[in-house]
Design a protein around this ligand. Structure first.
Ligand code: ADP
Length: 425
């Protein structure tokens, strides 16, 4: 049994998938777990990403869960660890990025790591410690109005310093541009100066590759998914990545397919509209569910009538922002969301029980609910369907046959994503 090389802890589910997707692109066979696996579980992979839901919980609880994930990853014999957060550094002055990074360093007996959320492919760049989203500073990007983690200060050195007692430093672009040796020498200087956490500037993918190389000997790296671009090469150069096939190769799965959409985002609305021009679909109405109509059963029967013809259907709650607001006004935001998530999750389980093996799911929270209903705890990550969204397969869920899954957070994917994803699965 081979040991994993890189052990990752992600502070949310779709962020974990995004990172896993990046590692597969770098040639690492990657498995994502939903929560921390039970003690004694061994996973065969080059990289393991443990997906937590720790971004907006209390710092104390985020630290506890992250350390639990680290403890389990250490049993897998990983050579390096990675703490993944959002590329917009989503956090508050109370945490959780600083406290979690500190706790992981302490647990590993280390005294330095970098913090680099840059993701140039998605417009996130860092210069002189300031995070830009596209052309504008983080604090002018809309993130200043985020309901849970408003980002009103674009300077990440200041942001991170407010979250930690550790001294925070900066690896300026001037140093990054000089290359790997210059960065390593500067890290030594920072350490001598008592710096434990250093924001790293990066404006393009080449910077991330350089930083990745410079981080070869760090036990812990922290960042968005971008910095993960540069890490697989270290394992390649050390001849530790020996797998000869494609890292994202997945065995073929036979069985029927369905598309479930519980996201009301702009991209999902466009995807639903595109599908409905020529393919069968069933609309889930939250008001009808709250009235007591057996919407779940109607949806399952609708899908079943097409499954016999081997034709996948779309079952969707997706509505325009005005309609969603009207429903929320009537039922309450939380109740409406809960009714829809529960309905789609139950539909997924019942469809699995009648032979559906492939699920395309739109919506971050919706994906979480569906995966839980299907009792999926572990996903092997396949090839990318669209940026940030790979094809995946469940591993060892309840001794049932493996399932093929494409789980997309609301705003990801092109207009024809559903059709593309079905083809990929
Ligand atoms: P996204 O990734 O786009 O944010 P999520 O699944 O995370 O999607 O969140 C969407 C939320 O909106 C879910 O809680 C879902 O149940 C809810 N929702 C979906 N459709 C409707 C609707 N028609 N009316 C009210 N709430 C809805």
């Amino acid at each position: 049994m081979a040991n994993a090389l890189l052990g990752c802890i992600a502070d949310d589910f779709t962020g974990a998938t995004d990172l896993a997707n990046m590692l597969v692109r770098g040639g690492m066979r990657t498995v994502q777990t939903i929560g921390v696996p039970v003690a004694g579980t061994h996973i065969e992979a080059d990289a393991i990403v443990v997906a937590l839901k720790s971004r907006t919980i209390s710092a104390e609880e985020a630290v506890r869960q992250s350390l639990e994930a680290l403890d389990w990853l250490r049993t897998q014999g990983c050579r390096q660890y990675y703490f993944k957060y959002c590329s917009t550094f989503d956090s508050t002055d109370k945490g959780n990025i600083g406290p979690v990074a500190d706790a992981l360093l302490d647990a590993l007996g280390e005294n330095f790591t970098i913090a680099c959320p840059a993701f140039p492919e998605n417009g996130r760049t860092i210069y002189r410690g300031n995070l830009f989203v596209g052309e504008v500073l983080l604090s002018e990007s809309g993130m200043e109005n985020h309901p849970l983690t408003p980002m009103t200060d674009p300077n990440l050195v200041r942001v991170l310093q407010r979250q930690t007692k550790s001294k925070v430093g900066l690896i300026r672009y001037d140093i990054v541009a000089k290359g790997v040796d210059a960065i390593r020498a500067y890290i030594d200087e920072l350490k001598e100066d008592g710096v434990r956490l250093a924001i790293a500037d990066a404006v393009c993918d080449a910077d991330l590759y350089t930083l990745g190389k410079a981080c070869r000997d760090l036990a812990l790296v922290t960042g968005g998914s971008g910095i993960a671009l540069g890490l697989p090469q270290n394992f390649h150069s050390a001849d530790l990545l020996v797998y000869s096939g494609e890292a994202g190769d997945l065995p073929k799965i036979d069985g029927e397919a369905v598309v479930l959409a519980g996201s009301a985002s702009k991209a999902t609305n466009a995807q639903v509209a595109a599908w409905r021009t020529s393919k069968p679909s069933f609309h889930i109405d939250p008001i009808a569910i709250s009235r007591g109509d057996d919407v779940v059963n109607s949806a399952v029967e609708f899908a079943r009538s097409y499954l016999n013809k081997r034709e996948p259907v779309l079952i969707y709650a997706t509505s325009s922002p005005e309609d969603v607001r009207a429903v929320q006004k009537k039922l309450g935001v939380e109740k409406a969301g809960h009714l829809v998530e529960e309905a789609l999750a139950t539909i997924a389980r019942r469809l699995r029980d009648i032979g559906v093996r492939k699920f395309v799911v739109a919506g971050g929270e919706t994906s979480g609910a569906v995966v839980q209903a299907l009792n999926v705890r572990t996903l092997r990550i396949g090839p990318q369907i669209d940026p940030g969204v790979p094809a995946t397969q469940s591993v060892g869920a309840n001794d049932k046959a493996p399932l093929a899954l494409a789980l997309k957070s609301g705003n990801f994917g092109t207009t024809d994503f559903f059709t593309k994803a079905l083809k990929a699965l």
